[in-house]
Design a protein around this ligand. Structure first.
Ligand code: CP
Length: 301
């Protein structure tokens, strides 16, 4: 049952996704209707890696629902620094909060943590694994922009380490879409994700060159090269900057192409793109609030 814990996008059926997106739409249309919904409830924020959007939008969502947050703060300022294990940390903080939002550098950390607590755990990113709540706001944005079925969606950049990509690719198997993955050979989707997509019967193609597919796309989801996950910094420098969207690239794009990005960007999208009708990434980030309000509303009885 995904409402016990939200750990990976693999848990989510089409019906689950539609339930969250529909609820988010209702909340966005009438936020007053859920005022006080989480009165007296607290969300525990455990971020072992940096975050702006995920952490602040969960905090905003909890507060807009009338709840509050307890924040572990940085690793440096917490007892993690003294060597406390993740299992002990979550067992302690479940006594302070009604649900836990966990970001951690280790793949599988949220799943492991969920075995030690009774309150819901929401995976806010586990290393190069998954980021399911990002996927829900991505799908919300795609649906608002272009609908969901019948689309051709390009996903470009660091497909190997990008957890938002892994979650989005899995979730899109619930819909009638063509997925085009664009990356250098060294940053292809992990074999395990390709296997899962194949098993799900997904309509998938891989490309090294964006120009081969750009004119056919409805959505282009651009991702940052995850510098912090490269074992060798030289490998990062060999690739950084190769897959960049600017006005020249967009000359060949369909007029109604939506460009998305989970953010933060470094230089994958030139600032000049921000002023075009293609840019959807700031709206996408803002959609994190109604989508996370919907999640908390559905997960906390
Ligand atoms: N998209 C996303 O996860 O952003 P943050 O790292 O700022 O939370």
């Amino acid at each position: 049952m995904w409402k016990d814990h939200l750990l990976t996008a693999k848990q989510l059926s089409r019906g689950d996704v539609e339930t969250v997106l529909d609820r988010a739409g209702e909340i966005a249309a009438d936020p007053e209707a859920v005022r006080g919904r989480l009165d007296g409830r607290l969300l525990g924020l455990l971020f072992f890696e940096p975050s702006t959007r995920t952490k602040m939008s969960f905090e905003t969502a909890a507060k807009r629902l009338g709840g509050g947050v307890v924040d572990m703060g940085s690793v440096e300022s917490s007892s993690v620094k003294k060597g406390e294990s993740l299992a002990d940390t979550v067992r302690v903080i479940e006594g302070y909060a009604d649900a836990l939002v966990l970001r951690h550098p280790s793949q599988g950390a949220a799943t492991m943590a969920s075995e030690f607590v009774d309150v819901p755990i929401i995976n806010a990113g586990d290393g190069a694994g998954h980021h399911p709540t990002q996927t829900l706001l991505d799908l919300y944005t795609i649906r608002e922009t272009a609908g969901l079925d019948g689309l051709s969606i390009g996903i470009m950049g660091d497909l190997k380490y990008g957890r938002t990509v892994h979650s989005l690719a899995h979730a899109l198997t619930n819909f009638d879409v063509h997925q085009h993955f664009v990356s250098p050979e060294s940053l292809r989707l992990p074999r395990s994700v390709r296997y899962d997509l194949h098993q799900a019967g997904a309509n998938v193609r891989e490309h090294e060159d964006l120009s081969a597919v750009l004119p056919t796309l409805d959505v282009l989801y651009v991702t940052r090269i995850q510098r912090e996950r490269f074992p060798d910094e030289n490998e990062y420098h060999a690739i950084a900057g190769e897959y960049r969207i600017d006005a020249d690239v967009l000359a060949d794009a369909p007029e109604d192409l939506a460009i998305m990005h989970p953010l933060p960007r470094v230089d994958e999208i030139a600032p000049e793109v921000d002023e075009t009708a293609h840019a959807r990434y700031f709206e996408q980030a803002h959609n994190g609030v109604p989508v996370r309000m919907a999640l908390l509303d559905l997960m906390l009885p």
